[in-house]
Design a protein. Structure first.
Length: 242
């Protein structure tokens, strides 16, 4: 009897130790799972923060794109409706140069550090030295943009906008090119660059597949710039092909 009681006591004692050991293992497992859940939650929070940041950047990009599109629509509407092209010819005394290219040889210098000297004619001629230097076309664009800021009333505004249109078109920035060409037509209708600028707008519209509005632009050239026979002939050829 005594042996049986001793055996039973030992069994209960070891059973108790076993339960205690099992309980300790369960606690560790639960604690480890809790830590894992907290780590995963932290990662989820970080990912959500990244998503919110990207969403904000996307919204800003969409806003800027919509502004650009609306600006182009307004310009196109003005052109196709003939609005604004009969403005006061304030640029009648614009200095003119070739409507296609400049034969001046580009210098080996660069324009990256150019700044206005205070003499609009000198600065205009200086920048024009690099108009055919493809390696510095970005610098020429920046220089002419800064030129317009430095000399808002210069007589070279029509020319500068025209050349900005040429440079942007050459680089494939057709929306920017259209904006500069349209500025010449709208703000400087008496400029020697006006007819060619309007023609280039029509070409850009054709590039985009907008034949209807391109046709309207080419017809405006024929009607409005009768004296510019070269551009009128080009416009008539486009009209005949549409």
């Amino acid at each position: 009897m005594y042996k049986k009681l001793l055996t039973l006591s030992l069994f209960l004692l070891f059973a108790g130790y076993g339960c205690a050991a099992d309980s300790s293992d369960v606690d560790r497992i639960i604690q480890a799972q809790g830590q894992l859940i907290l780590q995963n939650q932290q990662k989820i929070n970080e990912l959500q923060s990244d998503v919110d940041t990207l969403r904000g950047q996307l919204e800003e990009t969409k806003h800027q794109l919509n502004q650009t599109i609306e600006r182009q629509k307004m310009i196109l509407q003005q052109m196709t409706n003939g609005i604004g092209f009969s403005a006061n010819p304030s640029a009648a005394n614009d200095s003119s140069d070739s409507t296609s290219s400049i034969d001046a040889a580009p210098s080996s210098s660069n324009l990256s550090r150019w700044s206005a000297s205070g003499n609009d004619k000198t600065d205009y001629n200086f920048i024009m030295q690099y108009i055919n230097d493809d390696k510095q076309s970005d610098d020429v664009i920046v220089a002419f943009q800064n030129y317009l800021k430095a000399y808002p009333k210069t007589n070279y505004r029509a020319n500068v906008n025209y050349w900005l249109g040429q440079l942007c078109y050459k680089k494939g920035k057709k929306d920017d090119a259209s904006f500069y060409y349209a500025t010449v037509v709208k703000d400087f209708p008496s400029s020697p660059k006006a007819a060619d600028s309007l023609y280039k707008v029509g070409v850009i519209l054709l590039d985009k597949g907008d034949k209807k509005n391109a046709k309207a632009v080419f017809q405006q050239i024929v009607n409005k710039y009768v004296k510019d026979k070269k551009t009128v002939d080009l416009a008539n050829k486009k009209l005949a092909s549409l």
